[in-house]
Design a protein around this ligand. Structure first.
Ligand code: NAP
Length: 338
């Protein structure tokens, strides 16, 4: 059996990617900061899949060299998903940038040394659509790169993703030549959560469902279902033409108010916010609700992207955004989180 190493195996997207890989007959080894989470992860994956799932979990931290060479032993493909994605932004951007960039390089260098054929790295739309100021192209595609130096139009997280992806491409076109690289650049990822330990992106439905927002900030979000993101990771690894390419992953763009409409229609008994918040008020509110700082650069901006490359090269036939939103919400209710 061909072995695949999945970094950040306990994560939201990684869990779905692991199941998609196992379904296709791959043997999966995962990395985690705490490998003692192995039993819990196996139980979570098995419950979701409805059948026993067997994976091996080894220790590797993005911030340390320990364990990477051992993790890569006997591996044919690397799926590099680990990267800090916090609910609240740190004061010092390097808390995200350094592990994202140096961790990606650690994983890629170990992969190159072990003779891995291809690395798939989960970058983000954050490495494409940020830091443009007023010159953002009307429709973004994979030729576009964020400018992480424009701090006003970025967060520490979006900067960390652009800087890490750039470092990865620089590595495989230089010292790491011979190691194939493909990056996946998803917009906001929703869809079913397997455990209560959920990714920050699910805040998008948690915030209104938990009544934490008085009304909706003037924001738009590209949305993609985690099951499509998982499929894309497997395709990116298998499809020959995907080598050396980036792929935007995203279905529809919706305003936050439209997401609210979908939730209100599906959960008429819940008290959900209505209407839109003036952007000056959101800026003010972010001082007492720091989670909102993540969205400040995007207030009042519209985003549009071209997802045709993911459809034609990776064969992604997108799950509708509405289904992704409702699947997130339903899973969080079932997990007792909402
Ligand atoms: P997640 O559930 O929070 O997963 C992130 C994973 O990264 C966790 O397994 C975490 O491990 C690991 N990690 C963080 N810091 C680490 C460190 N110093 N050393 C080792 N592992 C570390 O979030 P996710 O949404 O699945 O994100 C997975 C990837 O997709 C990330 O690269 C993220 O940037 C990218 N992405 C996500 C979205 C989205 O909307 N969710 C959109 C675009 C791109 P612990 O469990 O030990 O914390």
């Amino acid at each position: 059996m061909t072995r695949v190493l999945v970094t950040g195996a306990t994560g939201f997207i990684a869990s779905h990617t692991i199941l998609a890989l196992i379904d296709k007959g791959y043997r999966v080894r995962g990395t985690a900061r705490s490998p003692e989470k192995a039993d819990k992860l196996t139980a979570v994956l098995s419950t979701y899949a409805g059948k026993p799932v067997d994976i091996e979990l080894v220790a590797a931290d993005l911030t340390s060299d320990d364990g990477w060479a051992e993790a890569m032993d006997g591996v044919t493909y690397l799926q590099h998903l680990a990267s800090p994605i916090p609910n609240e932004l740190p004061k010092d951007a390097d808390e995200l940038i350094v592990p994202a960039r140096d961790g990606a390089l650690r994983a890629l260098k170990a992969a190159k040394a072990a003779g891995v054929k291809r690395a798939v790295m989960t970058s983000s739309f954050a490495a494409i659509g940020y830091g443009w100021g007023d010159s953002r192209p009307a429709v973004l595609n994979e030729t576009h790169w964020s400018n992480p130096d424009n701090i006003k139009d970025n967060t520490a997280y979006t900067r960390s993703k652009a800087i890490a992806e750039k470092a990865a491409w620089d590595y495989v076109t230089g010292e790491g030549a011979g190691l194939e690289l493909t990056t996946i650049n998803p917009v906001a990822v929703l869809g079913p959560a397997m455990s209560a330990d959920v990714s920050a992106s699910l805040e998008l439905v948690q915030q209104p469902m938990q009544g934490k927002l008085p009304a909706y900030p003037k924001l738009t979000f590209g949305i993609v279902d985690v099951r499509d993101v998982a499929r894309a990771h497997v395709q990116a690894m298998e499809v020959p033409e995907a080598a050396g390419e980036r792929f935007i992953l995203g279905e529809k763009v919706l305003s936050y108010a439209q997401i609210g409409d979908i939730l209100r229609e599906a959960y008429p008994d819940r008290k959900l916010p209505k209407g839109q918040l003036p952007s000056w008020f959101v800026r003010l509110l972010s001082n007492i609700q720091p989670v909102l700082k993540q969205i400040l650069p995007e207030l009042d901006r519209k985003r549009a992207y071209d997802n045709s490359k993911s459809r034609t090269v990776l064969g992604i036939d997108y799950i509708p955004a509405k289904e992704a939103i409702l699947a997130s919400t339903e899973s969080l209710i079932e997990l007792g989180e909402l």
